[in-house]
Design a binder for this molecule. Structure first.
Ligand SMILES: [Fe+2]
Length: 213
C-alpha cells in the first residue's frame, strides 16, 4: 500500500478561471502533483530496499529525493486548499478571519507590507520555488519564506499556511514568462477562510519544539 496518495481537488478544473486556466489546473494536479506523490512512495520503497540489502551507495540521492518529493506533495496539498473561485481581497474580521488579519498586521506591520513581501518572495525565486506564509512555532510569529524547489531555504519546523507556487508549470501555459503578473493575479483567488483555519490549527497544537526538558 502506498504511504502517500493524491488528494482530490476541492473544486473542478475551471473553478479558478480566469486567474488560472482549467488546462493548467488539470495538468498541475493530475500530472505534476501526482508525480511528487509517486516519487515520495517510490523513494520510501527504495530506502526500504537499501536497508534490506545494507546497500547505502545511493543514500545521499535517496534522502534528497525524499525531501524533494515529499515537500512537493505537502506544498501542493496546501496549495489547492488555499484557493477558491470566491476568494481574494483582504482577510477581514467581518468574514470571521479577524485573528489572522490581526496577526498579519502584528508581524508584518500592515496587510500591504505582507502582500508586498510575499509577492516579491514568490516572484523573485531563481529557477523553481515558492513564496510561503508560515507559522513559526518557537516565537509564535508568522514569517514569509522563499522556498527553493520544494524543500530548500526553509526554517525548520515552520508550518506553511499560505503557499504561492512559482514554478513555471503553475503559470507558463497562460502567463508565459510573466511570473509577476501571475503572482499578482493569485491574490484574487486566495481562500482566507482556509488560511485562517490553518493559522488557528498551527497555533493551537502542542509543538514538540517547545517541549521543556
Ligand atoms: Fe506546482
Amino acid at each position: 500500500m502506498p504511504v502517500y496518495t493524491l488528494p482530490e481537488l476541492p473544486y473542478d478544473y475551471s473553478a479558478l478561471a480566469p486567474v488560472i486556466s482549467p488546462e493548467i489546473i488539470e495538468l498541475h494536479h493530475d500530472k505534476h502533483h501526482a508525480a511528487y506523490v509517486k516519487g515520495a512512495n517510490d523513494t520510501l520503497e527504495q530506502l526500504a530496499e537499501a536497508r534490506d540489502k545494507e546497500s547505502w551507495g545511493s543514500i545521499n540521492g535517496l534522502e534528497k529525493s525524499l525531501a524533494f518529493h515529499l515537500s512537493g506533495h505537502i506544498l501542493h496539498s496546501v496549495y489547492w486548499q488555499n484557493m477558491t473561485g470566491e476568494g481574494g481581497g483582504e482577510p477581514l474580521a467581518k468574514d470571521g478571519v479577524g485573528e489572522l488579519a490581526d496577526a498579519i498586521t502584528e508581524y508584518f506591520g500592515s496587510f500591504a507590507g505582507f502582500k508586498a513581501q510575499l509577492s516579491k518572495a514568490a516572484a523573485t525565486t531563481q529557477g523553481s520555488g515558492w513564496g510561503v506564509l508560515a507559522y513559526e512555532p518557537l516565537s509564535g510569529r508568522l514569517i514569509v519564506e522563499q522556498v527553493y524547489d520544494h524543500q530548500g531555504n526553509v526554517g525548520q519546523g515552520a508550518v506553511p499556511i499560505l503557499v504561492f507556487d512559482a514554478w513555471e508549470h503553475a503559470f507558463y501555459l497562460q502567463y508565459r514568462n510573466q511570473k509577476v503578473d501571475f503572482i499578482e493575479a493569485m491574490w484574487q483567488v486566495v481562500n482566507w477562510q482556509d488560511v485562517a483555519r490553518r493559522y488557528a490549527a498551527a497555533k493551537s497544537r502542542t509543538d514538540v519544539l517547545l517541549l521543556a526538558p
